[in-house]
Design a protein around this ligand. Sequence first.
Ligand code: FES
Ligand SMILES: [Fe+2]
Length: 426
Amino acid sequence: MITHEQNEYLCRTGSGTPMGELLRRYWVPALMAEELPRPNCPPVQVQLLGERLIAFRDTQGRLGLMDEFCAHRGASLWFGRNEENGIRCPYHGWKYDVTGQCVDVPSEPAESGFCQKIKLKAYPCVELGGVIWAYMGPPAEQPPLPSFEWVHLKPSQCFITKRWQESNYLQAMEGGVDSSHVSFLHRGDLNSDPLHKNTAGAKYARSTNTVFDILESPGGLLIGARRNADPGFHYWRVTQWLMPWYTLIPPYKGHAANGHAWVPMDDYNCMAWTMTFHPVRDLSSEEIELMRNGAGVHAELIPGTFRPTANRSNGYLMDRVAQETGKFYSGVRGLAIQDASVQESMGPITDRTRENLVATDNAIIMARLRLRKAAQAVAEGKRAPGLDEEAQSVRSASFVLPVDGKFKDVAIDAVKVRKGEHHVAV
Ligand code: FES
Ligand SMILES: [Fe+2]
């Protein structure tokens, strides 16, 4: 349980809020690169940290991300014409380049210098690992580019989707931090989902007597969840939580690894990004097809949108028969929508003054504390944690150890990124 003030502190991410200022020190996954597929393609609306923005790729292929609304009288630049190295508002023809600078006000004589004085707020962007990243913080604090393992793999080794979740980012991310729910909420799927089944992990993860061993890492937490395996052995799942909004799910044997980014759109909505990647092989077309249809930890989406087919408006296509038989433990199909459904059911911002936390929530407690401390540090002029390669270039892992095995030593070694080598997974 935390106080109302602490909850507000962690959940509010608008400009000028402590958490908003912290989150603006990181590169933000803003769009999938394929949303802006070519020069002069249609502009795309993007909502990040409570700011409504427009993204476009200009004639030279440069990326622009700026205030969605025209500086003249506020029309949305989503209606804009992306032409000749800028986006032109169709209402009265004002035009802006990728830096947000107004470059043409047709009604004013060019020699008046009027348009030079007009500039929309704009943020630098880079394209890396199939993602367009934005930096929304103070220019002097811009960090090095992201160095997560998946951003440096070949495109054929990585598959990325994103889905719109109707809740604050924190309760979504806390679902990623809390791996004890796997034995319940996802129980029915572990041995049927094509991207989990036939692994020792899928068998042991159903065991419900989870005990946690949590280590602080440079960029977050290394969360060990211990379950009973065959007699004399423990099954360990090592989840990574990385500042400020990433979780890496423990992999299952030969299957690809999965990670999420839980990025606030505003305080009541977040974008749940899912990255599936294999460190040593390409993903097969069969795997990709399955993921597009909602297998693994991806969601099936309404075509042309990032809204899941099963969503709040249709009761997540609840199947009570599947619930009763245990096919889907909660009656909701698919791991991603199982998560989304329970997290959205908690309300747009869950009231954490009313919760009753237990030992399996320790990682959540520690992550909240780390976030709060990091926001305080940034408010005091210090550097945000987790910005460098040492913090970001890590893996999740799963392994079996004898009951007297040393978890810490094995885990710290297992989560090292070894380029071209398989992840540690059972
Ligand atoms: S509102 Fe955009 S040009 Fe007038
Ligand atoms: Fe989950």
